[in-house]
Design a protein around this ligand. Structure first.
Ligand code: AMP
Length: 372
């Protein structure tokens, strides 16, 4: 007697990097199988999901993904056309429009403005003459960024003097650019919001993010000194964005805190690095809540289990024994080949109070590589 073929997994995923890996791990207790598409045969989901190795535009691979009743993504630079092609055949969450807006800083900042969400003043720049005009309008310092495909601080130059325009344009030019006012922020915060197909919405507490050279080094949750006014601002922005994008899934919103006013920097239409602490630090992780949201299941509690922090391991992994000797520290190894500037794992640490968290972080920091 032959065994009947397995039905397609309930969820397809575009991308199979560490975020796909952590989505698969979050689904495992519910025996929720994933089918993931990634161009790399080394995608770190071995044994955790059904990996399709092909380009994001490969018709046969997209057809296999479209067999899943719901498809999501964990990689932001997936071609929007591929997401749209899939959306003709199956449910795609978050909606491809969110991907399109997040991929282009001009569309993104324009959306913030339309929704009344404060954002640094900006201008599109396509020539050196337009850059010089934008500099005289916005003033200096300012940040010149590529409109598309910027991440971890790549594709941007800070301008201090008008004399730097030509060199900055030469360094980034040839692609559409955006000039932004430089924000004198005190800190960078992020908000993770999640909305399900039923419209149920929850938010994690605001997180404080420290970057080094444009790469996230440390996230602390909840951010210190949170006030109802600060939280209300962020929640209001998230509500407007979720509504305007008819959003389903986890949405990350990166913010600059400028003396108590929050300015939106960018959104990520997916689970986010600044939410990795939720695996051990919140009642329900961002990964589990993303799965619940896109599959139309009730969302889980987003409250923290106390002060928590996450350190990214970049370029190499720490020794497990040393990290795990720190009380309530947890090590995540993404099973990726280490390379300078590459996120290959992270460490989460919890503590009963903020002072103990500081002490544990001080122990962990020298142990966790950050080679950029
Ligand atoms: P992004 O790729 O836009 O997230 O930028 C990477 C990092 O550069 C941010 O996390 C900030 O630390 C810094 N940055 C970006 N835009 C600005 C800005 N308008 N003003 C000041 N710093 C910025």
């Amino acid at each position: 007697m032959s065994t009947p073929p397995l039905p397609p997994p309930p969820l397809g995923v575009l991308g199979a990097g560490q975020l796909g890996r952590m989505l698969a791990l979050a689904g495992a207790p519910m025996n929720l199988r994933l089918r993931l598409l990634d161009p790399s045969p080394l995608a770190p989901v071995a044994g955790l999901g059904e990996l399709l190795t092909a380009s994001y535009e490969d018709e046969a691979a997209l057809a296999r993904l479209a067999e899943c009743p719901v498809v999501t993504y964990e990689f932001e630079s997936v071609p929007v056309a591929a997401a749209r092609r899939l959306a003709e055949r199956t449910q795609v969450y978050p909606p491809p429009e969110a991907l399109e807006v997040a991929q282009d800083r001009l569309l993104e900042k324009t959306r913030f403005q339309q929704l009344g969400i404060p954002t640094p003043a900006f201008q599109a720049v396509d020539s050196l003459a337009e850059l010089e005009a934008a500099v005289s309008q916005l003033g200096l310092p300012a940040v010149l960024k590529t409109r598309r495909l910027g991440y971890d601080g790549k594709g941007q130059v800070v301008l201090q003097h008008a004399s730097q325009c030509a060199a900055a344009f030469a360094a980034l030019g040839g692609v559409p650019l955006l000039l932004e006012q430089f924000m004198p922020f005190q800190r960078e915060l992020s908000l993770l919001a999640v909305r399900s197909t039923s419209g149920e919405t929850r938010c994690y507490p605001l997180v404080d993010n420290q970057h080094e050279g444009g790469i996230l080094r440390c996230s602390r949750a909840p951010a210190s000194g949170l006030t109802p006014a600060l939280e209300q601002q962020a929640l209001g922005y998230a509500e407007r964005l979720l509504g305007s994008l008819r959003y389903v899934g986890v949405l990350a919103l990166e913010l600059f805190d400028v003396q108590g006013t929050l300015y939106a920097n960018e959104i990520a239409p997916r689970v986010h690095n600044s939410g990795h602490w939720t695996i051990e630090g919140a009642r329900t992780s961002q990964f589990e809540n993303h799965l619940r949201a896109v599959l139309g299941l009730p969302l889980g509690d987003t409250a923290t289990l106390g002060p928590c922090a996450m350190l990214n391991a970049v370029g190499g992994l720490p020794g497990a024994a040393a990290v795990l000797a720190v009380p309530d520290a947890h090590l995540h190894d993404y099973a990726k080949a280490p390379r300078r500037g590459r996120k290959v794992g992270h460490v989460t640490v919890r503590a009963p109070d903020a002072a103990t968290l500081d002490a544990r972080l001080a122990q962990l920091e020298p142990l966790v590589p950050f080679q950029r």
